[in-house]
Design a protein around this ligand. Sequence first.
Ligand SMILES: Nc1ncnc2c1ncn2[C@@H]1O[C@H](COP(=O)(O)OP(=O)(O)OP(=O)(O)O)[C@@H](O)[C@H]1O
Ligand SMILES: [Mg+2]
Length: 259
Amino acid sequence: MTGAGEILLRAEGLRKSFGGVQAVRDISLDITGGTVFAVIGPNGAGKSTLLNLMSGIYQPDAGKLTFSGVDMIGMPSHRRVRHGLARTFQKIRLFKQLSVLENVLAGFHLHHQIPPWQYILHGAAFRRDRERCRDDAANLLAFVGLKPRAHVPAGSLSYGEQRMLEVARALATAPRLLMIDEPAAGLNAAEVEALLGRIVALRARGMTVVMVEHNMDLVMRIADRILVMDYGQHLFEGTPADVQAHPGVIAAYLGAEVR
Ligand SMILES: Nc1ncnc2c1ncn2[C@@H]1O[C@H](COP(=O)(O)OP(=O)(O)OP(=O)(O)O)[C@@H](O)[C@H]1O
Ligand SMILES: [Mg+2]
């Protein structure tokens, strides 16, 4: 995978307001390829909004954003996916009636190898493409531990399984950078360990991961860098050890949360 050790995503002076609320105020960051970058901060700090700006759900009021040197400003979400940016959402967004496998297949629609007209003219190419997608989807389900559940409706999965399915679906777009918004929310301790293992495995393969997360134990164990936000602002950025040693961060956020 290209980009390991280089700046993959760069934000400069990002701003986003909703009415009178300055959700993101002047956020700048550099995310190095092949690392886990965590964003923490109290409820309403602007973490999800920052992810929404990175993924193109929202466009910033001001600031610059480049991914792999390509200007992302003005680019809609679906085109950013083609550049290698994928994400999950804080609120789970699965097709609950479709099977687990079909949910992952839905993630592939942005990544087909053949142009749409060939689906009509060349049935064989379509079948080959579909078989390849099913194989890839099965591999992704095995990766997140859901292969035995491939044919059940997504809505029948436990909450933790649904979160892992969202990760598999995001991975189906073959991203270089994966953004996950509160992946550990609602997971039990064993599921958090499984999630941690999967993120470590992705990083070992060269994937870059941006993680918004309230589970400080998980963040401190896995993040290479941590950005602390408060009231939309950059409060501090550093390694887990730097963050734990920073008095302002402890006062503003960590005091109540770190065990
Ligand atoms: N679409 C929107 N319209 C109006 N206000 C919004 C919108 N999205 C976010 N906000 C506001 O922006 C601020 C930051 O919200 P955001 O969801 O980014 O916080 P967060 O750090 O992700 O919080 P949490 O930890 O609770 O998920 C909040 O005051 C929120 O109410
Ligand atoms: Mg949020």
